[in-house]
Design a protein around this ligand. Structure first.
Ligand code: ADP
Ligand code: NI
Length: 217
């Protein structure tokens, strides 16, 4: 089977698997990450098949929806890849990317590195920032019934960590906890350049948000 056939079969498989996925991790998220990854890959010397497969399979079974079980995604991906008669070398690489792609804040140590992981990780991070990133954040916040913003639980609040954790932080806080940090975590030059634009857009958005909150605009 040539690579185009493998990729179209992977697309069909992922669409089926994500049939009932929530808005932030549906097929369209995968499609955007896939496009971002192809764009970044153009400027890097890399194995394109690994980039394509990893981008398509990176959220195949998000641990948030399997009681935190991080082994489900890699297992589902491996079974699929084995059914496509790919070499063990390719399969191991794709699985390594899936296991290492996620932003997990402090307590996560990166155990694997490759240019293909760098590319797909940048592609996934780009989809968490800019206009799409803002939409995804508020979509997630709505799903969790979070407030949009609350000046009492502002990001620069001086409440204790415990109080903060209990408070169901509003969605605006997520910008300061994650979205605005991503620009400086990009791996590739292409990723950095795109992230810069999307970051600027979020800053403009936040300034407008606060102005409207105060009835100033
Ligand atoms: P990834 O796609 O890297 O796996 P996550 O699963 O952590 O990212 O999050 C999916 C989407 O939901 C992202 O766009 C992320 O910014 C958003 N999100 C995650 N946690 C929160 C939160 N506490 N508040 C608002 N949005 C969130
Ligand atoms: Ni993702």
């Amino acid at each position: 089977m040539n690579n185009n056939d493998i990729i179209s079969k992977t697309i069909t498989f992922v669409k089926e698997q994500l049939n009932n996925a929530e808005g932030g991790h549906d097929w369209f998220h995968i499609e955007r990450v896939y496009k971002n990854a192809l764009l970044i890959a153009k400027n890097e010397s890399c194995n394109l098949q690994i980039v394509q497969l990893s981008a398509l399979l990176h959220d195949i079974a998000d641990s948030k929806f399997h009681n935190g079980d991080e082994s489900v995604g890699p297992k589902v991906a491996r079974e699929f890849l084995e059914s496509q008669n790919l070499t063990e070398e390719v399969i191991v690489h794709v699985i390594n990317i899936i296991e290492n792609i996620s932003f997990k804040g402090g307590n996560f140590e990166k155990k694997f590195s490759s240019i293909e992981l760098d590319i797909v990780q940048d592609a996934d991070r780009l989809d968490a920032i800019g206009a799409i990133g803002i939409a995804r954040a508020f979509n997630y916040g709505g799903f969790k019934n979070r407030a949009l913003y609350d000046p009492k639980i502002a990001p620069n609040t001086n409440m204790s960590t415990e109080e903060y954790k209990r408070s169901q932080a509003p969605t605006i806080n997520h910008f300061y906890e994650k979205l605005l940090l991503l620009k400086n975590k990009m791996n590739t030059e292409t990723g950095k350049n795109i992230a810069k634009e999307r970051h600027r857009f979020m800053e403009v958005y936040l300034a407008q948000f606060y102005a409207e909150w105060e009835g100033e605009k």
